[in-house]
Design a binder for this molecule. Structure first.
Ligand SMILES: CC(C)(COP(=O)([O-])OP(=O)([O-])OC[C@H]1O[C@@H](n2cnc3c(N)ncnc32)[C@H](O)[C@@H]1OP(=O)([O-])[O-])[C@@H](O)C(=O)NCCC(=O)NCCSC(=O)C[C@@](C)(O)CC(=O)[O-]
Length: 361
């Protein structure tokens, strides 16, 4: 154990002082062009995992189907974690199976992502995945599937979330990475609580996040999603974190940012990240979400608000704002919760006004 911590400390020091480095990965990285922002819609997973009421699989699948029609190209659809820890995600095998069996209709190919915390989760995932991706299946109709692993920038959160230390979480990932690469499945890696921890407070050392990102990229991760799980992030902290990541040799195209909007700072932090050249962001339709292991943290930044922000800056997401806003309103109604997207609600109000005026003519 102590040697792993020593190793992390060494990496951390290296991240502080090292010249820029490059990482070899096996799959093509996404690098959206400068005026294009890639959105990873996490509503069906991060958005639903914390809901206390049981949500029918049909509703989850309907959410995925409706999101697929909006122009979103990456949707996180479930997670193969322990049902004792996160009961809401227990149906992820069925979700994956249905997506593979009858992919939701969409105008362009969609990538679906699933979380796996350990080899047991990977086994469950692969038993469904391999069953559907036999040689008889046409690769043009099979949707793209990716895996996500997750760790955190503080020991306390890692322990609460995954019942292990940070070093142990990295050890768990090594066989997952090897087996995923053998199956040609890209792997995304999350680093939670990078801008504030519910157990250790708002000041999380950005060098710790940089060290972890370096380890995960060296292990073969195709993308690092750096998460502000608690929403404690601010504009200066976001800028400092990004500068630290870049100084450690991590490139813009390696990174996604994942903001929760607990303090209403998510869009401000997004602008800071855009100014630093980041072009991939995670969000959840209707502002759904919250992590069961981050008490008090509220939803992800709403996808509708993110799309509106990006378009207000003259950049593109290829997402149909009206369709997306309808999805946010629909899923909020299904869950009996308020729609948290201001831009979504404003868009719908505008649509209703427009149709009333048309009806008068
Ligand atoms: C990581 C473990 C599994 C370790 O959990 P553990 O209890 O240490 O594992 P274990 O190996 O001792 O196993 C305990 C029981 O769980 C079972 N088990 C063990 N693994 C699995 C599995 N994969 N699938 C199904 N079952 C599993 C295992 O079979 C056993 O069952 P029992 O013998 O007691 O009947 C557990 O801590 C866990 O599932 N945690 C869930 C963490 C989670 O889902 N958190 C939310 C997602 S992360 C997040 O939201 C943050 C993110 C990504 O959005 C970014 C951000 O905003 O920060």
């Amino acid at each position: 154990m102590s040697s792993k911590f020593t190793c992390l400390r060494t990496l951390r020091l290296a991240a502080r002082h090292a010249p820029r480095r490059t990482f070899a990965t096996t799959s093509a990285r996404r690098s959206p062009s400068d005026d294009h922002v890639r959105i990873v819609e996490v509503g069906p997973r991060d958005g639903l995992q914390n809901e206390k009421q049981s949500i029918p699989v049909a509703t989850k699948l309907e959410l995925v189907r409706r999101l697929a029609e909006t122009g979103l190209k990456t949707i996180e659809a479930g997670s193969f974690v322990s049902p004792k820890w996160v009961p809401q995600m227990a149906s992820s095998d069925e979700i994956l199976s249905q997506i593979l069996k009858s992919p939701p209709a969409s105008s362009s190919p969609i990538t679906y992502q699933f979380l796996v915390p350990n080899e047991k989760g990977l086994d469950s995932f692969l038993s469904v995945y391999n069953n559907h991706t036999t040689s008889s299946t046409s690769s043009t109709t099979t949707p793209k599937i990716e895996l996500s692993i997750f760790t955190a920038a503080t020991e306390s959160f890692t322990r609460k979330n995954t019942n292990c230390s940070i070093a142990e979480s990295l050890d768990r990932f090594k066989p997952i990475m090897t087996r995923a690469k053998d199956a040609s499945i890209p792997v995304r890696a999350y680093i939670s609580v990078a801008l504030g921890c519910p157990y250790e407070g708002p000041n999380v050392d950005p060098h710790q996040t940089a060290s972890l990102a370096v380890s995960l990229l060296e292990m073969g991760a195709d993308e690092i999603s750096v998460a502000d799980t608690t929403g404690m992030g601010t504009a200066p902290k976001t800028a400092e974190l990004l500068k630290t990541l870049f100084a450690a040799g991590i490139e813009k195209k390696d990174l996604a940012l994942h903001f929760h909007d607990t303090y209403g700072m998510a869009l401000v932090n997004t602008v800071v990240a855009l100014e630093h050249g980041i072009r991939t962001f995670d969000s959840a339709v209707g502002g759904l979400g919250g992590c069961p292991f981050s008490p008090g943290a509220t939803g992800n930044v709403a996808t509708e608000d993110l799309v509106h922000l990006v378009s207000s800056l003259g950049a593109k997401t290829d997402v149909d704002m009206e369709k997306l806003s309808e999805v946010g309103e629909w899923i909020s109604g299904q869950l009996g919760r308020a729609n948290e997207s201001r831009a979504g609600k404003a868009t719908l109000a505008g649509l209703r006004r427009g149709s009333k005026e048309k009806a008068k003519l």
